[in-house]
Design a protein around this ligand. Structure first.
Ligand code: SF4
Ligand code: SF4
Length: 144
């Protein structure tokens, strides 16, 4: 499904573009299971806001039936928990988890205005790439 920007995500994107920054994801999974308890999902029209849109996703992707609506986040997007999460906080079938689980944390999380769950072993940071510093240094020396 197509990644889309929320209003907050678009502001983040434009701010990064203006400042010549990129996203850097570092860290590793600590198997806390928190990302399986509060999940935002995307549909045809972007991040899900209505139950009807969720039902449309389930029609297209029956494997999404494992998700249960639990509420909304601060931006009004629906949040879900996953029935495949065991009491031990592990995935019932880790080998066959969905692509969205395999790819977590994806950069789209930042651009939908979201954040990593508390306790996550990853971090997502906006950084200036080394090439930008190099470009500036080369330019500065060229002007001397
Ligand atoms: S399928 Fe597994 S990894 Fe994906 S949300 Fe559910 S419990 Fe988590
Ligand atoms: S929240 Fe982060 S550390 Fe916890 S299971 Fe998900 S990816 Fe791993």
């Amino acid at each position: 499904m197509l990644s889309t920007y929320s209003f907050l995500g678009l502001i983040r994107y434009l701010r990064m573009k203006c400042m010549g920054k990129e996203l850097l994801i570092t860290g590793s999974c600590q198997s806390c299971g928190n990302c399986c308890r509060k999940i935002n999902l995307e549909g045809r029209e972007g991040w899900l806001r209505s139950e009807d849109d969720f039902l449309a996703v389930v029609k297209d992707y029956p494997e999404y039936e494992r998700f249960t609506l639990t509420g909304r986040d601060q931006q009004g997007f629906l949040q879900f928990s996953c029935a495949w999460l065991t009491d031990a906080g592990l995935c019932r079938d880790h080998e066959n988890r969905l692509p969205l689980c395999e790819n977590f944390p994806d950069k789209s999380l930042h651009f939908c205005g979201g954040a990593l769950p508390p306790g996550c072993g990853y971090s997502i940071r906006e950084v200036r790439p080394f090439s930008k510093y190099l470009e500036e240094e080369v330019k500065e020396r060229g002007e001397q």
